[in-house]
Structures are given as structure tokens and as C-alpha cells.
Design a protein around this ligand. Structure first.
Ligand code: NAG
Ligand code: NAG
Length: 619
């Protein structure tokens, strides 16, 4: 069915045998070569022509022969015979059962089925035209059998690289090929160039009874370290009609053993800088196969060496400290000159040391320089904080001209910019001390005459430790402290004094460091206007302020009214002053009175108001 005939047109020949007739001639035409695959069918043709003859002779004989290939000029076997009267396929030949013949006036076509390797031979066609002459033609039939894909087998034992001779690497076999196929060897898909020093190929070809070839090839090769990942394969090349085809085997990898020539000690973890407490993993990487057994040593800066525990190619240093900073090496016993080393630096940051430490007392106005240092293998950066506010950078902090506000907790924070995990802090508590200082100067308080008048005396003292205030009042049997409060560095005391005559008072603020004293003198003055007692300064300061403003306005209005009255432009004959006085309550009276007396008094009053405001604010 799938008859594959390859007729090579250029090879068509006419075969002329010697003429034995001057006027008649027979010519035989046959393809010189026919190519087909084993198992297929092929059609052989033998055509003849007769020239110088009006009509074909009746007794033309055609015979087909094959030759046994063994003999040089071959013993011929006839396979078909046609003498125009009978057509005979010869019995008991190789072709008796596989041949179909179509024979006509001008030629014969022979179809041979199920081609065998033995059909790879010449087929002869003899035409005997009697008076037209005798001619013979021939066709070379070529039979092809593609071989199987080569099966490869790599050696399973490791190959040492230091072998002086090539070692067996793999063998390949392909079967059922015809004509004889060739096997060539490849490494990493490239043909191995024949090199008698490095490689040797043994080929064994077997011919089976059916004529097909099996080819077995063994590769011996001198492997090198570079061949550790090499993949070997073989390729069978074989003839097909008109071409050469190739078929590759699978690839195989063979185990190669080679000595260690380089060692490297790598830190696997942690990446980046190592700090105290880290777990450090060092891995030894050698280029030998099989991997040799490694051992690890530690070489300290002093030069002292010690062995390191390891497991296979890994040494683990748990919770390293700065003492683990050293050169580490891994080595192999087979080659003493070889080592891989790693220089390990363990970074650290010691706790911050603040000078002065813990608590430092300074006197008001003094200077102090505090330092904060933390020993580190890395560059550090220091920042000072007080009450969560940054107050300085660098490892010294200057506190100049201390005030009470200078007091507090100073914290320094030391960090390593290159290693954010490293940080430490330290602190110092600064206490600023000072003797009491009374606020305001010596006071003279003037007071209107009259029993039951009350005057508030205010004494405020700053200092640390907190001053305590004591009062010493002469001339009054009735006084009491109405306000006593303290804030950070300030003590405030207000006493309410009831006086009938001149009173002298003393406010004594004292602490461990010193005392400060303030005198008050309260004079009774000659006004008869009765006034209610000065109420305790606990009254609302705001109300007082409003009242003061109202009074000031009333006074102005009063003045205007008075002037108008004097000029006669107003018909009313009353004194404005009297009316105003009547409409006041007692408190207002007192204030007006004090304001009228002295400027100093006004200052005291305003101070009282302010002080009260402050007191209110601080509650
Ligand atoms: C096989 O090798 C021989 C010798 O090198 C060569 O003549 C022949 O053509 C080769 N055959 C194939 C199929 O490549
Ligand atoms: C003030 O008080 C302190 C401590 O109580 C005392 O030593 C000192 O003598 C007092 N000063 C006066 C003038 O009273």
C-alpha cells in the first residue's frame, strides 16, 4: 500500500549490449537504484523498446534474475520467466510467495511485498528479442531498517577524577538497524571529540540471522571535576532513503568523585551585623565530592586556637557575646594547607552610665554638666529627654544657672544608628535647692479706724525644700490663717488680721537652707467712715475686680456731676458723693477707702486679687 519507490531519475540508464543486428535493436530501461524500507513493497520495472522494426516480434522472451551476493560474480537464480506464451513465477525461490507480476508487450512490472534485508541486492532483467538482439538491465534495490532508539546505561559506581586512564562512563545499544548504524557519544548535547588520551570507544556490532544489525558501544572517558553535572548520551546515526537520520538516547549523569581544593566558611545567619545574644550559624562549603568531614577552629586575637563543636558542615554559636569575636576556620584532614575562614565581630552596647548618677542636688543658680556614656563597638548617638521633651543631644548635657524648673528626671537614650536593635537608657534625677525667697517687698498696710476691721496679709515664698511659713503678729489678738497652699516650689499663706490699733506682723519663711522674713505694718488712719470688716480673701476675685471697675466708673460720674453742680448748670442741690456712698455695700466702701489713701495700698489690694486668682487656678 504505502509503496515507497525512489527512482533516481538521473540514474536511469539504457543498457546497450553488443549489436548483433544492423537493422534491429532492443533497448532495456530500468531504474538504476530503488530504495525502500524493510516490510514495505517495491515495484521493479523493466521496459524495452525495439527500433527499426515495423512490428514487435512474436517470440520475445523476458527473464528476471537475482544473484547470490556471496559469490563475486554471483550464482544467478531466475525468479520469473515470460516467453510471450507463458508467464512463470519460478517456484522455491525467495520471491515465489512475495511477488506479483504484471507483464505487457513493452515490459514487466514486478511487485515484491514485505521487503527483507536479503532483498538488498541487484535484480536483473534479460530481454531476448531474437533478431532484434539480446539486452540485460539491472536495478539495485536498497532496503533500510531504522534502528531502535539507543538504550543507554551509565555506570553506577562513582568515578574518581584522578584516574590516569579513561574510565567506563556508559554503554549504549541500538538494534534492528540496516544498513549498519553508527553510534557516537555526546556530552551535554555536544559530540565528544575523539581524543585518544581522554576517551576510548569500544564498538561491538552483531548481525542477526535476519540481516539486521545491533550495535553496542561503550564509552570510556577521563572525567574532570567540571564533569560533575555533565550529562552523557549517545546518538545513533543511520541511513534512510536519500538521507542520514539520527536518534538520541536519554541522558545519564554519572557520579564523579573529586578532592577538595577550596574551602569557604560562610555565615548563614544572622544576616547583617551580629549583636550579642544572636545565634550564629557558620557553614563550611568545600568543593570536594563526596564532601569530606570538616572540623572547625576558633582563632582569637591573642592567637590562641580552640576547637569548635560542629555538626557536619555547620557550626552553631549560641547566644554570642563579644568574647566570640574571632576568626573562625573550617578545615579538612586530608589537606592541612586548606582552610575557609570567617571573621566574626559581635557588636554590643553596654548599659548607659550617667554621671552624676541617680540623684543630684544642686543649688539654685549653679551649673552642672551631666554625661551619659554607653560602651559600644558601634558608633552611638545620644539624646537627652526631660518630661518626654528632647532637651539635648550628645553625651554631655549642660545645665547652666539652675532654676527650680531645672529640677526633674533627665533621661539619656543611647542608640546605634547602624543597628536599631541596640539601645540603652540611663537617667539622673536633678533636685535644685534654694533658701526661701519671699515674693514682694516689705509692706505697710494702712487701715481705717474702727473695731472689727479685717485685713488680709499675704506671704508667698519660693524655695526648695518647700519653705514653711510662720507668722508673728503683734498688736492683734484676733488673727487667723485663711489660706495656706503650696505648689511645686512655692508656699503661700494668707492671714486675716483684725486690728484696732497699729499692728506689726512678720512672716517667716524657712527651710533647711535658710530663712527669709517679711514685715508688715498696719496703721490705723483717721477716717471716721464706718466700714465693715475686710472679709477673708477667700471671696471671689473676679467679683472684686468687677466691683473695682464699677467703682472707678461711679467715681468718674460722681466727679462730673460735682463739677456740673459747681458751675450751676444743674439745679440739684445734693452732694453726689453722699448718694453714691449710700448706695454702696460695705465691701465697696472699704475698697474706695483704701484706694483713696495711698498708692501703696492699691498695690497690696491688687496683689491680693492676683494672688487669689493664682490660688484659684492652682486648686
Ligand atoms: C558510520 O561511520 C562510517 C565510518 O566513519 C561512515 O563511513 C558511515 O557513513 C557512517 N554511517 C552513518 C549512518 O553515519
Ligand atoms: C524664723 O524661723 C526659723 C525657724 O523656725 C527660726 O530659726 C528663726 O529664728 C525665725 N526668725 C525670726 C526673725 O523669727
Amino acid at each position: 500500500m504505502a509503496l515507497l519507490l525512489r527512482i533516481l531519475p538521473s540514474l536511469l540508464v539504457c543498457v546497450f549490449l553488443h549489436d548483433n543486428s544492423a537493422w534491429a535493436k532492443v533497448d532495456v530501461t530500468m531504474p538504476k537504484v530503488l530504495e525502500a524500507y524493510r516490510g514495505e513493497s517495491v515495484e521493479l520495472t523493466c521496459n524495452y523498446t525495439l527500433s527499426k522494426i515495423k512490428r514487435p516480434p512474436s517470440n520475445i522472451t523476458t527473464q528476471w534474475f537475482v544473484e547470490t551476493p556471496a559469490e563475486p560474480f554471483g550464482k544467478r537464480w531466475r525468479i520469473f520467466y515470460d516467453n510471450s506464451k507463458i508467464k512463470v513465477v519460478d517456484k522455491s525461490t525467495n520471491y515465489s510467495e512475495r511477488m506479483d507480476v504484471r507483464s505487457g508487450i513493452w515490459g514487466t512490472h514486478i511487485l515484491i511485498r514485505d521487503l527483507q534485508v536479503s532483498d538488498n541486492r541487484e535484480f536483473f532483467c534479460q530481454v531476448n528479442g531474437m533478431e532484434a538482439g539480446f539486452r540485460e538491465g539491472k536495478t539495485q534495490l536498497k532496503v533500510f531498517s531504522p534502528p531502535t532508539q539507543p538504550a543507554i546505561e551509565g555506570v553506577t559506581t562513582p568515578i574518581p577524577v584522578n584516574n590516569l586512564k579513561p574510565s567506563k562512563v556508559a554503554s549504549c545499544e541500538t538494534r534492528n538497524g540496516y544498513p549498519k548504524p553508527n553510534i557516537t557519544w555526546y556530552k551535554d548535547r555536544r559530540p565528544l571529540t575523539p581524543d585518544p588520551q581522554r576517551m576510548k570507544v569500544d564498538t561491538l556490532t552483531t548481525k542477526h540471522s535476519d540481516g539486521l544489525f545491533a550495535v553496542h558501544s561503550t564509552l570510556e572517558y577521563q572525567v574532570t571535576r567540571e564533569d560533575k553535572y555533565a550529562r552523557f548520551s549517545c546518538v545513533v546515526s543511520y541511513f534512510v532513503p536519500g538521507s542520514v537520520w539520527m536518534l538520541e538516547s536519554n541522558t545519564v549523569h554519572v557520579l564523579i568523585h573529586y578532592p577538595t581544593t577550596t574551602l569557604e566558611l560562610k555565615r548563614e545567619s544572622p544576616p547583617g551585623l551580629v549583636i550579642e545574644g544572636d545565634t550564629v550559624t557558620l557553614r563550611c562549603v568545600g568543593n570536594g565530592m563526596p564532601p569530606p568531614s570538616y572540623f572547625f577552629i576558633k582563632i582569637e586575637a591573642s592567637g590562641s586556637m580552640s576547637n569548635l563543636e560542629s555538626k557536619g558542615d555547620v557550626a552553631t554559636l549560641n547566644a554570642v557575646s563579644r568574647n566570640d569575636s574571632a576568626i573562625y576556620q573550617c578545615r579538612v584532614r586530608s589537606n592541612k594547607t586548606l582552610n575557609g575562614d570567617h571573621n566574626l565581630t559581635v557588636h554590643y552596647l553596654d548599659p548607659a552610665v550617667v554621671v552624676p548618677k541617680d540623684l543630684e542636688v544642686m543649688l539654685i543658680g549653679e551649673d552642672l554638666t551631666a554625661t551619659c556614656n554607653a560602651l559600644s563597638s558601634l558608633e552611638t548617638s545620644t539624646v537627652w529627654f526631660k518630661d518626654n521633651q528632647q532637651v539635648g543631644t550628645g553625651n554631655t548635657l549642660h545645665l547652666n544657672n539652675a532654676t527650680y524648673n531645672t529640677s526633674g528626671e533627665y533621661t539619656c537614650e543611647v542608640t546605634c544608628p547602624s543597628m536599631p536593635d541596640l539601645h540603652t537608657r540611663g537617667s539622673v534625677h536633678i533636685v535644685v535647692q534654694g533658701g526661701p525667697q519671699l515674693v514682694g517687698v516689705q509692706q505697710e498696710v494702712q487701715q481705717g479706724k474702727g473695731a472689727g476691721r479685717m485685713v488680709n496679709l499675704i506671704c508667698e515664698a519660693v524655695g526648695h525644700p518647700l519653705p514653711s511659713i510662720t507668722w508673728n503678729i503683734d498688736g492683734s489678738q484676733s488673727w487667723h490663717e485663711v489660706v495656706s497652699n503650696t505648689s511645686d516650689h512655692k508656699t503661700r499663706s494668707v492671714v486675716s488680721v483684725k486690728g484696732t490699733s497699729n499692728i506689726s506682723a512678720l512672716c517667716n519663711a524657712s527651710n533647711d537652707i535658710g530663712t527669709d522674713i517679711k514685715y508688715f505694718s498696719i496703721e490705723a488712719i483717721g477716717r471716721v467712715t464706718p466700714a465693715a470688716p475686710f472679709q477673708s480673701a477667700e471671696g471671689n476675685g473676679v467679683i472684686i475686680a468687677v466691683i473695682v471697675m464699677c467703682l472707678v466708673m461711679l467715681a468718674i460720674i460722681g466727679g462730673i456731676v460735682y463739677c456740673l453742680h459747681k458751675k450751676g448748670k444743674l439745679s440739684r442741690g445734693r452732694s453726689g458723693k453722699k448718694e453714691i456712698t449710700k448706695e454702696k455695700n460695705n465691701k465697696e466702701d472699704v475698697v474706695v477707702e483704701m484706694r483713696m489713701n495711698t498708692k501703696k495700698e492699691e498695690a497690696v489690694l491688687l496683689k491680693a486679687i492676683n494672688g487669689d486668682k493664682n490660688g484659684h487656678h492652682e486648686q
